[in-house]
Design a protein around this ligand. Structure first.
Ligand code: FAD
Length: 694
């Protein structure tokens, strides 16, 4: 039978893997893949001996399409993987993904004309390349870029390079998607042949997934034409192979039950502790900060003594989460693996270029509990690709419809806040999906990412104890079928309950395995690593500081003020510190209400706390309003070279604070709006304006 266009579209969407789930703060987390390259020794993988020649690598492995990624937290890498899979299943391209930092680019001028390079590039922070893209970016954008063969003299040295590009950005930042914009500019300047438009995804607007889907269809059409590719009926081709090992027992000491790497498995976890190797830290203390029956905010003191981990005030700590037992069970039951959850499995890449995102041998349970984001919102593309494995034709048709219809999906699926297992349960009315290969979940769901917290203590005051201030995510949305329970924060809540004597700590029936693999986290322990940040107090303590930190945005400022109070006690000259804090009600969620008084007594007039309680007056008052009320004083402090800090909500608050500051400067100094904005930009460029937002 002939296929009509609709059929083609349907077939096309059938196989496209993976969820795009946008962790907030995608552009902030520095760590890349927590499992990257080496599980074996818990340190960065041994790269020695690996060829850095991409052309050679493609030749050797018979590839004609390379998808390069510049990724900070793994999202761009996930999109790159999706493109690679789609290219192979729909168009028969021989694809591979490549970490930009693992190759050299001097021979890009010899890129064969019959191949294609794809670039998936995240922009990080203030328009910067991700860590793994720095060298590539500097090379390709360099004034005197020269290639091995044609040198610098050739006018269009990259005329044989065919490429496509997609960027991941956040419109709340000024340099929105600068990476992809600049890289395409440089490549075009060098004569490369771009196929289709460069795409731009916007995490700020929450439309990354739909931006990606909207970009890639015309891109594929253009690429198919440019390369004479024929679209074929997409068939699911696994990237990994999972083999059950009935002869092994999950209690065998070679089986990973959630241990992040070999050191942990062998029970002699040792440093250095980093994004590949967490420290299983004792929680020394934990307490509730809110006075509200419905909401929780945790203060936790994480003990790092003896670990060799260190931090300075303003850094971040990463917490490695565990999925809730309730969701692990739901997931395994829905794919008919509930009875086999402890069966030992070995996972292998079917191709030299595909790496399994967890160590094995392991068990289904360990994979679902520790390694894949099974609680994230389900993605439309993944729904489409699961249709072929539906338990019956009716469900298959429904899956295909929802996967292919953006509006219907938004209304009927996204709005209900389903995770993957809740969605499968809903579609099949609880009947297990026994035809879905487990590999598709490994390939399509994101790897679990550690969650970052702004450290809320001062390293001067407590160098061996890191404190965090975390609001427990429990999101109730009208129309949603489920209350969304944040993975990490509810895990931390369970730990806190245990510390306070609960024999069976179980917030909301989530049933976390808080004692970890083989009870290795028993007592009250949590896996962490530290990430150093640039969010720092002025090196000269006599400089004034202005801090804007509503809600948990106050976290690093507790550390700042704690530090300055200690300095004052030690007899140092400490400049004015003014903190703008906001919350709902002074009686409910006023964080560290009593502590500020202590700091006040140490700092005297040099400390001021300005509060905004949004639900105590008829008209809502936020920190931005308070800032504006203090216009004259703020301007004066800035003229005394005050540092200005903002922490917390990136989407609205931080942007508005930026605007208010420009207004203050404009009014107080009698300069034009444009000039005031320039002054704010200059402050940012010189680090006098710093943000820690998510
Ligand atoms: P997750 O499980 O990651 O869920 C987060 C949100 O995603 C949910 O609230 C919901 O809105 C959405 N979501 C999840 N699942 C679904 C679903 N199935 N359907 C629809 N929506 C869904 N937080 C603090 O409290 N304090 C801090 O000091 C702090 N500092 C930070 C510093 C940095 C640099 C960054 C990047 C983030 C910081 N955060 C901080 C945020 C923190 O990292 C976590 O994002 C936050 O605690 C939520 O984590 P979680 O695992 O509990 O929630």
């Amino acid at each position: 039978a002939q296929l009509d266009t609709l059929d083609l579209v349907v077939l096309a969407v059938l196989l496209l893997g993976t969820v795009a789930y946008f962790t907030k703060g995608t552009y902030w987390a520095v760590q890349k893949d927590p499992y990257a390259s080496s599980f074996a020794n818990g340190s960065a993988g041994a790269k020695a001996g690996k060829s850095r020649d991409i052309l050679e690598k493609m030749d050797e492995s018979g590839k004609n399409c390379v998808v390069f990624y510049g990724s900070q937290t793994g999202t761009a890498e996930d999109y790159a993987t999706r493109l690679a899979k789609e290219g192979s299943s729909r168009f028969g391209l021989k694809t591979m993904t490549a970490d930009l930092e693992e190759y050299d680019y001097e021979n890009l001028d010899k890129f064969p004309e019959d191949k294609v390079a794809m670039f998936v590039l995240a922009t990080y922070g203030e328009g910067e390349p991700t860590d793994n893209a720095v060298e590539f970016y500097e090379f390709i954008g360099g004034e005197d870029v020269s290639f091995s063969e044609k040198g610098g003299a050739e006018e269009k040295p990259l005329s044989s390079l065919r490429y496509v590009a997609f960027g991941l950005g956040n419109n709340t930042y000024e340099h929105y998607n600068l990476m992809v914009r600049n890289v395409t500019k440089y490549l075009d300047r060098l004569g490369a042949n771009r196929v289709g438009e460069a795409g731009e995804g916007d995490d700020g607007a929450g439309t990354m997934e739909e931006d990606f889907l909207a970009w890639k269809e015309p891109m594929w059409t253009a690429l198919a034409e440019s390369m004479n590719l024929e679209e074929r009926e997409a068939v699911y081709e696994p990237t990994f192979e999972v083999t059950e090992k009935p002869d092994m027992d999950s209690s065998d000491d070679t089986v990973y039950l959630g241990e992040p790497n070999k050191n942990h498995l062998e029970g002699h976890s040792k440093g250095p502790y980093n994004a590949h190797n967490p420290y299983i830290a004792p929680i020394a203390e934990s307490k509730e900060l809110f006075n509200d029956e419905k909401r929780n905010c945790l203060h936790m003191e994480i003990d790092i003594s003896g670990s060799n981990l260190s931090y300075t005030t303003g850094d971040h700590v990463a917490v490695w989460p565990t999925n809730a037992g309730r969701e692990v069970d739901r997931f395994l039951n829905m794919i008919n693996l509930g009875d086999k959850k402890d069966t030992v499995i070995v996972a292998k890449g079917l191709d030299a270029t595909s790496k399994v995102p967890f160590p094995s041998p392991t068990t289904y349970d360990a994979v679902a509990r520790y390694h894949i984001e099974i609680c994230a919102p389900v993605s439309r593309q993944f729904v489409a690709s699961l249709a072929q494995f539906a338990p019956n034709e009716t469900i298959k048709a429904e899956m295909t419809r929802l996967g292919g219809d953006k509006e219907a999906f938004a209304k009927e699926v996204a709005k209900k806040h389903f995770n993957i297992a809740q969605f499968l349960e809903y579609m099949s009315e609880g009947k297990p999906w026994d035809k879905v290969p487990f590999t598709i979940f490994i390939e399509s769901l994101n790897k679990i990412q550690p969650r970052y917290y702004s450290i809320s203590s001062s390293s001067l005051v407590q160098k061996n104890k890191i404190s965090i201030t975390a609001v427990v995510e429990s999101v109730e949305i009208p129309g949603a079928a489920h209350v969304v329970k944040g993975v990490t924060t509810n895990y931390l809540l369970a730990l806190k309950q245990k510390q306070h004597g609960a024999s069976n700590p179980d917030p909301h029936g989530l049933n976390y395995a808080i004692t970890g693999p083989r009870n290795k986290y028993d007592g009250i322990h949590v896996p962490v690593h530290v990430r150093h940040s640039n969010f720092k107090l002025p090196s000269d303590p006599s400089k004034p500081i202005i801090m804007i930190g509503p809600g948990t945005g106050v976290a690093p400022f507790r550390g700042f003020v704690q530090e300055r109070a200690q300095m004052a006690k030690d007899g140092e000259t400490v400049g004015k510190s003014i903190l703008f804090f906001g919350c709902r009600k002074s009686t409910e969620d006023f964080l560290y209400q009593d502590e500020w008084k202590e700091y006040q007594s140490a700092l005297g007039e040099n400390f001021e706390l300005v509060t905004a309680f949004s639900r105590e007056t008829a008209k809502k008052v936020y920190v931005q309003h308070r800032l504006k009320e203090r216009a004259a004083e703020i301007n004066e402090l800035l003229e005394q070279k005050a540092y200005f800090y903002v922490c917390g909500d990136a989407a609205n608050m931080a942007r508005e604070v930026n605007e208010v500051l420009a207004q203050i400067i404009c009014e107080q100094r009698g300069v034009s709006k444009q000039k005031a904005e320039e002054i704010v930009k200059t402050m940012r460029a010189s680090n006098a304006y710093q943000e820690d937002v998510w």
